[in-house]
Write a protein that binds this ligand. Structure first.
Ligand code: SF4
Ligand code: SF4
Ligand code: FES
Length: 249
């Protein structure tokens, strides 16, 4: 028994090769780390191990670690993912993981990107509620069984992780494109009976960076980690803007 334990101690622990794209202000480079491998390890666990044990200057973001805050998204082997809910075993290739900052965003440092363009586009898409009642009035009733309510609910669980935005080739080619998350938010508001600026929302999503840029290939829907369907929301916006143009709504 004692001997087996001793032998176990001298065995080499399994490890992962983790390549992380670094981005100082002037140049990008890739650093490689050997990270101990464990069962049920997430990609965020791996990045955290590097920062805590190998390079304290590594910069990255996370908060909740349970798939709620949307702050931990990164490119993992070329695919945008929420890293706190991505198991290493599902993505590792030949014992190696490549980690990089999210595509389609300016990089601040290492794996931390500038989210301003993403949230600015929510504002540009009129993604904030336009109320019509004062705080002294009753809350407007919404029929829980109405088709509009179902369409509004379809995108309400968005966690703003920006995975869809990083996956979108149209965003990559057109910096003005509002992108799947902002447009899905506009669709949610358009179907919310309590929102009072339907025309404002339709104006916002009809412009040069609007919904008609979407080529409907569906990367946003394919990669959304919480199973939302921005592509269908954008299709709804296209129909709504066309109906208005034809004087049908
Ligand atoms: S379906 Fe539209 S929004 Fe979604 S990834 Fe493709 S172009 Fe972007
Ligand atoms: S639609 Fe999905 S992928 Fe896009 S920001 Fe929301 S939760 Fe993330
Ligand atoms: S850390 Fe919050 S979603 Fe990953």
């Amino acid at each position: 028994m004692m001997r087996a334990a001793k032998d176990q101690k001298t065995m080499t622990a399994p490890s992962l090769t983790v390549r992380i794209q670094r981005s100082p202000a002037t140049s990008a480079q890739t650093d490689t780390f050997d990270v101990p491998a464990h069962d049920h390890q997430t990609v965020l666990d791996v990045v955290s191990w590097v920062q805590q044990n190998a390079d304290p200057t590594l910069t990255y973001r996370f908060a909740c670690r349970v798939g709620m805050c949307g702050s931990c998204a990164m490119m993992v082997n070329g695919v945008p993912r929420w890293t706190c809910r991505t198991n290493v075993n599902k993505v590792v290739e030949n014992g190696t993981i490549d980690i990089a900052p999210l595509r389609n965003f300016p990089v601040i440092k290492d794996l931390a990107v500038d989210m301003d363009p993403f949230f600015d586009k929510w504002t540009a898409a009129e993604g904030q509620h336009h109320g019509s009642r004062t705080r002294d009035e009753d809350i407007a009733p919404v029929d829980p069984d109405s088709p509009d309510r179902a369409q509004a609910d379809a995108g309400i669980e968005c966690i703003n992780c920006s995975v869809c935005y990083a996956a979108c080739d149209t965003v990559a080619g057109n910096a003005d494109y509002l992108g799947p998350a902002a447009l899905q938010r506009a669709w949610t508001l358009l179907n919310d009976a309590r929102d009072s600026d339907r025309n404002g929302v339709l104006d916002a999503v009809s412009g040069s960076g609007g919904c008609h840029n979407c080529h409907s290939m569906g990367s946003c829907t394919a990669y959304c980690p919480v199973g939302l369907d921005p592509m269908s929301a954008i299709a709804g916006l296209k129909r709504a803007t066309m109906r208005r143009a034809w004087g049908k709504s």
